[in-house]
Design a protein around this ligand. Structure first.
Ligand SMILES: [Zn+2]
Length: 243
């Protein structure tokens, strides 16, 4: 684009967004060439290829399988995975706000990173929270099947609190003075949702911290056969609900 009638111009630095600025040699008029927004940032992989890679990965193909099918290098695929994952995280965090959900069920899925927990030695156990047993903390609404948030981390009381606070921040909480004009009214709290968790000991306190009196809370204890055999799927034989 040339902003004036003359044809000779030179570059004239950049604007604050990094777009190159041009300046006419004759009349001194300056303008910028706005580059189209790149959906993949610095990555040069063609968008259709990137889409195909992501579709394969979400279907459960391995990284190397996606590499063989698309011809995109596996390091590029890994970068793409991180780039897209982070974008998804930002998107979800923005969208999952002001929700009204009726019954939230919390649970953790076990997985491991790097090595199994029995292979993590004592120093690592003390210093690192990113190897060994890792859990995907999930929370799903019974009615809509919406998963407003998730968290990756160890099965600790700290993570239980973080996760509960995160979910609580995404729900519509009653305003302190929503119903009256600063006049005392007898009566209780309106519950905004129902919560069910498994028997993990840190949950009751975390629920209390995050939701206070605004929820009804129950613990669902599942009874398992061979529950203590490590790394073998156990068979569920019954459930009890408490609270
Ligand atoms: Zn000019």
């Amino acid at each position: 684009m040339i902003a004036c009638a003359h044809a000779e111009y030179r570059t004239n630095g950049k604007d604050r967004h990094g777009n190159t600025r041009y300046r006419c040699r004759f009349c001194g008029k300056t303008w910028v060439e706005v580059q189209p927004v790149k959906p993949l940032g610095d990555m040069t992989v063609p968008v259709p290829d990137a889409k195909l890679v992501l579709r394969l990965l979400t279907e459960g193909s391995s990284i190397r399988s996606a590499e063989r099918i698309t011809g995109v290098n596996r390091n590029t695929i890994c970068k793409l995975l991180v780039y897209f994952g982070e974008a998804c995280q930002v998107f979800l965090d923005k969208r999952m706000r002001g929700l009204t959900l009726t019954h939230l069920q919390f649970d953790e899925q076990w997985t491991w990173v790097g090595k199994k927990n029995s292979r993590v030695h004592i120093e690592e156990r003390r210093e690192r929270a990113d190897v060994g047993d890792i859990y995907v903390w999930t929370c799903i609404d019974q009615k809509t099947k919406l998963m407003p948030a998730f968290l990756l981390g160890k099965r600790t009381a700290d993570n239980a609190r973080r996760f509960m606070m995160d979910v609580a921040g995404r729900l519509v909480m009653p305003k302190p003075h929503a119903s009256d004009a600063h006049r005392y009214q007898a009566g209780g709290y309106t519950t905004i949702t129902q919560i069910s968790t498994d028997g993990f000991a840190a949950y009751p306190e975390a629920v209390d911290l995050a939701f206070g009196p605004y929820v009804t809370y129950g613990v669902l204890v599942k009874d398992y056969k061979n529950a203590n055999m490590i790394y073998t799927p156990s068979e569920m034989v019954g459930t009890k609900r408490k609270g």
